[in-house]
Design a protein around this ligand. Structure first.
Ligand code: ARG
Length: 463
């Protein structure tokens, strides 16, 4: 069948061209946005006297029928229609006749695709923000239960200082909060309507871009049409935001993998979110966190792909830009399912407090506390205190003990200026709660942080 644009052509296009050129098999994902945009456009054309009431009504009715056909799986997708925009328009004309041919007045596929894609991105900015809200709530629930659960805080993956599990979870809450803010600010920055920009230069028809912008939920129309039909920043922003979000998810996933190993056993992933081995019957594998970590790779790839597609394109629209969609669809789907499943794994995992605590008893985590004690309570200069503490560590090692388990007598044998209250300073709980500076791991500070996140969640203006 002849193409909609075939007027100036003598021969029909080749099958190979159809296959190479078409975006229909993936841009059908945008059918809802395309229909929504066309309805707003038809209403505007009618308001401006370009379409009669009857034509507008027929168009809207026809578009709604098509929407149903697609949703019920009855719509015939044919790649010779090239893309979702032309597939819908062709079907509309089949359904309602000549009125269908008027819908594309004062519009080009260039502003149409810019609109559909932007609506899709904006919708998913919102959905991802909502999912991240639920994830932060879960982290807060865990934090409230584990304000006094101690584990070894690490640097270089080496035991460093005792911290609470709540404090550790709140670090991730902080990252996801910044992620929400990034999706939110991208939404605000890109909340302008491309519709009515036409091919690149605007249109001679007396259109009303403010009307369609309002109708579609945008703040206003975009300011420069040449930019609008060639801009894909909004898509790059969601790709970057997702890449950063996935990096955060991947770090937590990595920790969950380590924590669920036999060597750590800090957490036990619930059976419904763990998998077995086909050959080793004893195994329980952390496939979910591993996949979360693995999927981060494609999110990075999608960002780099589109950045590369866009670089060097002269203004305005170029067909290269059709390559913008699949990576965004992929990243958005990956992000949504990743947040959902991470949330479930977190909610259902068992936290093995005793194992965390015993691990924190290895490696003399409170050695710094002894040095600080010697400085503060015994008036010993720090360099000397550091040396004495080193001797205490050596003594503990020789007795196969952790420094926190040395008795007063043992400590006094190293330096007789040490007083009886010393043992209390070397306890993990004391060490943790002594870190009471703003943003620290003490119970007091952790409670402040939980409170801060709760207030933030309650006060956040949802899109
Ligand atoms: N399928 C095209 C895309 O996704 C729609 C825009 C086509 N515009 C054009 N001037 N050929 O980019």
């Amino acid at each position: 069948m002849a193409k909609m644009w075939s007027g100036r052509f003598e021969k029909e296009s080749s099958k190979l061209l159809d296959e190479f050129n078409a975006s229909l098999m993936f841009d059908k994902e945008l059918y809802k946005e395309d229909i929504e945009g066309s309805i707003a456009h038809a209403k505007m054309l009618n308001k401006q006297g370009i379409l009669t009431d009857e034509e507008k009504n027929k168009i809207i009715e026809g578009l709604r029928t098509i929407e149903k056909e697609i949703e019920e799986g009855k719509f015939k997708f044919d790649i010779s229609d090239e893309d979702i925009h032309m597939a819908i328009e062709k079907r509309l004309t089949q359904l309602i006749g000549d009125a269908g041919k008027k819908l594309h007045t004062a519009r080009s596929r260039n502003d149409q695709v810019a609109l559909d894609f932007r609506l899709y991105v904006q919708k998913n900015n919102k959905i991802i923000i909502d999912l991240l809200f639920d994830l932060i709530k879960t982290l807060l629930d865990i934090s409230k239960k584990h304000k006094n659960t101690i584990l070894p805080g690490m640097t270089h993956l080496q035991h460093a200082q005792p911290i609470s599990f709540a404090y550790h979870m709140l670090a991730y809450a902080s990252m996801f909060k910044r992620d929400i803010e990034r999706f939110n600010s991208s939404y605000e920055r890109n909340n302008y309507s491309p519709l009515g920009c036409a091919a690149l230069a605007g249109t001679p028809h007396p259109i009303d871009r403010n009307f369609t912008a309002k109708e579609l939920g945008f703040k206003a129309p975009t300011i420069n049409c040449l930019d609008t039909v060639s801009d894909r920043d909004f898509a790059l922003e969601i790709l970057f935001n997702i890449a950063t979000l996935m990096m955060h998810i991947s770090r937590l996933a990595e920790e969950m993998i380590i924590w669920s190993s036999y060597e750590f056993k800090f957490i036990t992933i619930s059976d419904d979110y763990a998998t077995g081995s086909s050959i080793m019957p004893q195994k329980k594998n952390p496939d979910v966190p591993e996949l979360l970590r693995g999927k981060t790779g494609r999110a990075y790839g999608n960002l780099i792909s589109l950045l590369t597609v866009m670089k060097g394109l002269p203004l305005a629209y170029n067909k290269d830009m059709q390559e913008d969609k699949e990576g965004v669809f992929d990243s958005v789907k990956t992000a949504k399912i990743s947040i959902k499943i991470l949330n479930e794994v977190l909610k259902t995992m068992k936290i093995n407090e005793e194992n965390m605590y015993s691990a924190a008893k290895i490696g003399h985590l409170t050695a710094t506390d002894l040095a600080d004690y010697l400085v503060q309570k015994c008036n010993i200069p720090f360099r000397e205190a550091h040396f004495i503490t080193g001797r205490a560590v050596a003594l503990a090692e020789s007795k196969n003990k952790d420094i926190s388990d040395l008795s007063y007598e043992e400590l006094k044998s190293i330096d007789n200026r040490i007083k009886e209250d010393v043992t209390q300073y070397l306890k993990l709980e004391h060490s943790m709660n002594a870190r009471d500076s703003f943003g620290g791991t003490s119970l007091n500070q952790v409670e402040k942080q939980i409170d801060y996140f709760e207030k933030w969640l309650n006060g956040f203006q949802r899109l």
